[in-house]
Structure formats: C-alpha cells, structure tokens
Design a binder for this molecule. Sequence first.
Ligand code: GTB
Length: 213
Amino acid sequence: MTITITAFERSPDGGKGLARDTRVRWALEEVGQPYEVRLVSFRAMKEPAHLALNPFGQIPTFEEGDLALFETGAIVLHIAQRHAGLLPADMNARARAISWMFAAVNTIEPPILELVNAKLLERDRPWATERLPLVHERVRNRLVPLSTRLGDAEWLDGAFSAGDLMMASVLLRLRASGILDEYPNLAGYVARAEARPAYQRAFAAQLAVNTAP
Ligand code: GTB
C-alpha cells in the first residue's frame, strides 16, 4: 500500500528541514519505506479535505490505505511499530525508546517552541526583551538534565531509535539560537543524527520541494 504524507507547498524556512514533515520523511527513510508527498498550500490546509485528515489544519499527515494519522509523534511511532529499524526488539528497551519519544514532544519541545515564538512572533511586543531571558532559562532547564543523561553516549538508550529521531528533530530547532552549542554533547548528538544517511535523504527531499522553480 502506498504511503502518502503531506508537506508545505512552500515551507516558511525555505527548506532548512525545520517543518515537521522532515521527521516523518526521516522515519520512513530509516525503515526503508517509499512514500509519496502531497504538497498543500496554507489555504488548502484549512479546507475540509485536509481538516478531515488533521482537525487542526496542520501538516504533516500520513495516509496508508484506509488509515489516516496526524501528529508526528503518533506517525513516527506507527512507522516504528510497523517496520523494523527504529525500535528495539526487547520489550523493555522498546518501552524506554517510546518514553524518549514522549520526552521529546512533551518535555523538550514545548519550551523550544516558546523560544521560537518569542523570537519570531513576539519580538515587537514591548515586553519581548524582558521576557526572552526567562524563556531561554526554561529551555536550559530542560537541556541540562538531558545533557547529563546523555553524557558520553552516542544515543539516549543503546542503539539509535525512534526516541533519538524525535529528540534530535526537536533539538534541531534550537540551532539558530546558539543555545545548543552551550551543550557540546547535545550539539554532537544532533550532528550525529543529521549525518545519518536516512536523515540526509529526508532533508534533500524536503529541500528539493522548497527550491524547485
Ligand atoms: N504537534 C503537531 C505535530 O507534531 O504534528 C504540530 C504540527 C505543526 O506544528 N505543523 C505546522 C503547521 O502545519 C508545520 S511544522 N503549521 C501551519 C498551521 O498551524 O497553520 C511547524 C513549523 C513551521 C515552519 C517552520 N519554519 O519555517 O521554520 C518550522 C516549523
């Protein structure tokens, strides 16, 4: 059955890999599953056909046969459960990898999004300069324990897993802020993740869409 995902017709980042279809493409590349992409405009994302796939009118979505999914955490988990390569066989190790997926989207991603919003959407507000250090602090409060736990390890819990895929995807968003470089082991972790051939293929695919004439 053909897998079809949705992505921005034109990503606001111009193809730097920050839109969330990249993590779904990456998961599919890791497990060797071919996929098709349906590109959607900002207007189409809010129309009934897309809202039937994602009630919040967002990308990415995932379709395979009569299954339609939204939320990248759920999509990556589904891919990892259906195809070998992203979750360990041992059930306890598998549960721990899934914990890291949830940690990525539930614990690490929220303060990072707050920072992105503070910088991009709120920077003209009169309180923006005063608030920014607080938002930075909330991000650091999450990165310190993450960095401590990772230590010198290559990945968060044994072999590379869907937990690492989600965590690296979330951390990538911090690069422009310079905060990631305050934690050399986390910066190295993200660099290792980005060096994976599957990530490179996913990145190239989304870049091609956004640089097409
Ligand atoms: N929790 C959902 C998930 O993980 O699937 C969040 C999905 C989401 O935020 N989708 C965004 C979207 O559709 C695209 S990725 N936004 C349009 C809307 O809400 O109307 C977020 C994103 C957008 C742009 C950049 N960028 O340009 O750098 C980076 C990330």
